[in-house]
Design a protein around this ligand. Structure first.
Ligand code: AMP
Length: 449
């Protein structure tokens, strides 16, 4: 049962270790996206409500967290702003607002939280971070290849290796409907049902298709899509459809383009992958990994969406990675905590200021250092604190050290203790840490002498 101190359902508090793991992952993604020449864009967490409403049909409106009018208008109970639920609608607004001031084509990446009033579940949050990259203004398959490969490289750079990219296309799906003589008016609903082949049995999907009015072709279609050699079968089935053949040619072109960059088997033609969002106009893809609900990421070409979202009518292709699901994968856990390089113990209150100065000098030397701030002076407790901070060394300074003009440096990994002249402490630590000590003073000379 949630308590009053839990964050709202579908959101999380990120304590240090998890936060830092995520920041590392963002840095990796940013650097890969940057390597492909995508430039950053940051937009506000909230937008005017009218910018967000009605953009992907009623479905997306249900996901919107609205923000009530404030001040004197609060009593109206109306909303005028809302939290963004993706990074694509804000991109369209930026494209409309800045037009020709933006580079053309405009290759941008955006990493930031989005909010969806969804029902939370495993790997499904109401606040989550998306890492998007999009190219506006290029109809070239090279643009699709670049987005696809940048997204792929980001996953690999994060250490994710066990994943597959399912590739399909809107034309192939349209061709499939045509080849199986499915009437246009129920086409979109048929695709929504076919998208359930991952979750439901083939028989259940056939039954749902029959509910939509399909006859024998329901069984034929589902058998072709679920057969072991489904991609070959679908290639044959698409022959009579011009759209289907054209879609396949585009896919084969894209496959050939990316095949030099991706390992064999990483990307496969997946004729039953639909990708729920109806705005795609060309190739679509999804990254799936064993044990992960839904997808790690997805993308595709969406040539008229930017205009529909209020921007200019430019061809566009883009993709999104969801960090939450990536970090659920085995091997993605946070590594051991390394908060401090140097933990300085306070063995004797009368030398607390000396201990403090050792930490000051260590920081000045570029090391992460902190003095013990707790109340109990017990050495065991202070060493536990140093270990909890992941410190590499614990500096000990008591009467014996003072008398000898030294400090004791304890290596927290080996437990080995080395007396070091107080004046040489930071030089000793910095050289052990492999850092340089340009223009810094040593600890011992400041106040410990
Ligand atoms: P979408 O914008 O729905 O295509 O989602 C793109 C990516 O965002 C997905 O592949 C997921 O990795 C991630 N994602 C989507 N919805 C959620 C959610 N509710 N919680 C966490 N991640 C999500």
């Amino acid at each position: 049962m949630p308590t009053q101190f839990d964050p709202p359902s579908g959101t999380r508090d990120l304590l240090a270790q998890e936060f830092e793991r995520r920041e590392q992952a963002f840095a990796v993604i940013r650097s890969v996206y940057g390597r492909y020449g995508f430039e950053p864009l940051q937009t506000p967490a909230f937008e005017r409500l009218e910018v967000l409403m009605g953009k992907y049909g009623d479905d997306s409106d249900k996901l919107i967290f609205k923000i009530l009018r404030r001040g004197e208008q609060e009593a109206s109970g109306e909303a005028d702003l809302a939290l963004r639920y993706d990074l694509t609608v804000p991109l369209a607004r930026v494209a409309a607002a800045y037009g020709s001031q933006l580079p053309s084509p405009y290759k941008r990446y955006a990493i930031g939280p989005v909010w969806r009033a969804d029902r939370p579940g495993k790997g499904r949050y109401r606040e989550f971070v998306q890492c998007d990259l999009d190219t506006l203004g290029s109809a070239s398959p090279l643009a699709d290849a670049e987005v696809l490969c940048a997204q792929h490289d980001a996953l690999v750079a994060l250490g994710v290796t066990d994943f597959t990219i399912l590739l399909n296309s809107r034309q192939v799906l349209a061709g499939l409907l045509e080849a199986y003589h499915i009437p246009d008016q129920i086409g979109p609903r048929v695709l929504i049902v076919l998208d359930k082949l991952d979750k439901l049995s083939p028989a259940a999907v056939v039954a749902e298709l029959q509910d939509l009015g399909l006859g024998e072709e329901a069984g034929d279609l589902v058998r072709a899509l679920t057969a072991a050699d489904s991609s070959d079968r679908i290639r044959v089935a698409l022959k009579p459809s011009e759209q289907g053949e054209a879609g396949l040619a585009v896919l084969d072109d894209l496959l050939a383009l990316v095949s030099t960059e991706l390992p064999p088997g990483r990307i496969v033609f997946a004729p039953r992958m639909v990708r729920g969002l109806s705005y795609y106009t060309g190739p679509i893809w999804e990254h799936v990994a064993p044990g992960i609900p839904g997808s790690l990421g997805g993308g595709g070409r969406y040539d008229h969406l930017i205009a529909q979202l209020g921007g200019p009518d430019v061809p566009a292709t883009g993709a999104s990675l969801g960090i939450e699901r990536i970090l659920m994968l085995p091997g993605q856990e946070a590594g051991p905590l390394r908060r401090l390089d140097v933990a300085v113990a306070v063995l004797d209150e009368q030398y607390a200021r000396d201990a403090y100065s050792f930490a000051v000098a260590s920081r000045a030397a570029g090391l992460r250092a902190s003095v013990y701030l707790g109340s109990s002076g017990k050495l065991g407790k202070q060493l536990r604190w140093a270990a909890d901070q992941g410190a590499r060394w614990c500096v000990l300074y008591g009467s014996a050290e003072r008398a000898a003009g030294t400090v004791t440096v304890r290596d927290m990994t080996t437990g080995e203790q080395t007396p070091v002249p107080a004046a040489e402490l930071t030089g000793y630590l910095a050289s052990a840490a492999g850092t340089t000590l340009a223009g810094t003073t040593s600890a011992g000379t400041t106040s410990a002498g």
